[in-house]
Design a protein around this ligand. Structure first.
Ligand SMILES: O=C[C@H](O)COP(=O)(O)O
Length: 219
């Protein structure tokens, strides 16, 4: 990858990390290098993370509008908290097709950038048909592991790039699972991905800033 618009999106999931410490490291590395680095913390931490100045994403928005929806994650609320984008349909928070569509509509109302996650090329093409800004392909069996998707299953990335391109050339294709080094980022770019989605490599690191500096070296 060489495009400074390429997104390195760090999903903190529900890991027992310090979201502000990681957000500050991401902001520092982004400022120092010009790389685009974003953080997706728990919804309750969105404001604290956004206050660091880092690009902030929600992990999910619910397929609802304002109203009687107890326990939902309202797109307008995450935007008010400082999020500028959201994941939808992460492998660990799968939605029905109609709900992906409605979550995209909710994100659109709130002005959020969108990445819809998918397991494989067929799902990537289907997700692209719903009109997100990007699709992120992640083989579930590689999530949280030590081997990058770009190394373990390069065909799933290349085939997803083609599947998305065939449906809507304006939709970007990201990849994720096991991404933790600059070499992984470079390999993903060589397969046609314009962003990477990662979690454990940063959230579980002893020195998140060092990992982030290595990641952006692969752009
Ligand atoms: O949202 C992130 C992905 O599920 C990848 O997670 P991972 O980097 O721990 O494999």
């Amino acid at each position: 990858m060489s495009d400074s618009d390429t997104l390195i999106l760090v999903n903190l999931k529900a890991y027992p990390c310090d979201p502000v410490e990681i957000a500050e490291a991401c902001a520092t590395v982004a400022d120092d290098t010009g790389a685009r680095v974003a953080v997706a913390p728990q919804a309750a931490h969105l404001s604290a993370v956004a206050d660091t100045g880092v690009e902030t994403w929600a992990q999910h928005v619910s397929p609802v509008e304002h109203g009687s929806h107890t326990g939902s994650t309202l797109a307008e609320a995450v935007a008010d908290a400082g999020a500028t984008g959201t994941l939808i349909n992460h492998s660990e928070n799968r939605l029905k097709l109609a709900d992906i569509d409605a979550s995209l509509a909710a994100a659109g109302r709130a002005g959020l950038e969108t990445v819809v996650c998918a397991n494989n090329p067929a799902q990537s093409g289907a997700a692209a048909a719903l009109g997100p800004d990007a699709v992120a392909v992640e083989p579930p069996e590689l999530i949280g592991g030590d081997v990058s998707v770009a190394t373990a299953d390069p065909a799933i990335v290349e085939d997803s790039v083609a599947a998305v391109e065939a449906v809507d050339a304006d939709v970007d294709l990201f990849c994720g699972a096991g991404v933790s080094t600059g070499e992984d980022v470079t390999a993903a770019g060589e397969l046609g991905a314009t962003g990477v989605l990662l979690a454990s490599g940063v959230a579980k690191a002893d020195d998140p800033e060092a990992v982030l500096r290595d990641l952006v070296s692969g752009l």
